[in-house]
Design a protein around this ligand. Structure first.
Ligand SMILES: Cc1cc2nc3c(=O)[nH]c(=O)nc-3n(C[C@H](O)[C@H](O)[C@H](O)COP(=O)(O)OP(=O)(O)OC[C@H]3O[C@@H](n4cnc5c(N)ncnc54)[C@H](O)[C@@H]3O)c2cc1C
Length: 219
């Protein structure tokens, strides 16, 4: 019997992670990504223990755990830097089973893509759902290079998902909440740096240790 086929629209963390899960379950899986390559975009992100458990289930637990670098205190401060609350990473581990892990988005993408069979991810393929399929008919996904038939289509095409707009035309879509965020990686300042988040009126500043050399800043 031939393997079931899945087509994943979108090669972000959601699409690639789902593709790896399906591949491990024996599905023939293709990821169609409209960008011309999986460029190392995005700064860093924080992996909470529940995300770590999901990645561990996909065989990435050891690599992810190795990336844990944040030890010691974390602070929540007022706008002039006075501590409001203090958390210790040991307390996070005791309560949630693992520390928070800060890692480069592109490192996570690379870890996942390395475990997918060659040719799974096809870049430069803007995809559109032409037929959602039914119990008796396969779904169809088109790209400028041709048509894909699928037993399962995963719409992982981002927060403004065009596929969702086709499947759920009445969904109003996301609304801008008024927040704009800058995210960068910067060299770690000398010793004594404590990861912290400062809350002002309508403003947030966060600095988290990524590794011995760099700090992840968001504001
Ligand atoms: C400011 C900010 C901070 C965040 N911080 C964290 C954090 O610390 N930890 C955490 O876990 N999460 C964090 N998140 C959330 C996390 O970044 C997102 O949930 C996650 O990246 C979404 O991944 P995705 O794959 O669903 O979508 P995306 O990353 O948006 O990927 C969608 C992909 O689909 C592609 N695409 C779109 N249309 C098509 C098409 N027609 N054909 C083919 N490809 C298409 C796009 O090019 C893109 O590559 C944060 C989000 C924001 C905005």
């Amino acid at each position: 019997m031939s393997r079931p086929r899945a087509v994943v629209i979108g090669g972000g963390i959601g699409g690639l992670t789902t593709a790896l899960a399906l591949h491990r379950r024996g599905w023939h899986t293709v990821v169609l990504e409209r960008a011309s390559r999986l460029a190392p975009v995005g700064a860093a992100l924080t992996l909470a223990p529940n995300a770590q458990r999901a990645l561990a289930a996909l065989g990435l637990g050891e690599e992810i755990t190795k990336l844990a670098s944040w030890q010691g205190d974390g602070l929540m401060c007022d706008p002039v830097g006075r501590p409001l609350t203090r958390t210790h990473s040991e307390a996070v581990v005791a309560r949630f089973g693992a520390p928070l892990i800060v890692l480069r988005r592109s490192d996570l993408i690379d870890l996942i893509v390395d475990r997918l069979p060659e040719g799974t991810v096809r870049t430069g393929e803007a995809a559109f759902l032409t037929h959602a399929g039914s119990a008796r008919h396969k779904a169809h996904v088109g790209t400028p290079n041709g048509m894909h038939e699928a037993d399962l289509v995963i719409a992982a095409d981002g927060v403004r998902s065009p596929a969702r707009a086709i499947l759920f035309p009445d969904f109003p879509g996301p609304a801008f909440g008024g927040w704009t965020v800058w995210r960068i990686l910067a060299p770690t300042p000398g010793s004594g740096f404590v990861p912290h988040e400062s809350w002002g009126r309508g403003q947030v500043w966060g600095s988290l240790v990524r590794d011995a050399q760099s700090v992840f800043i968001y504001a």
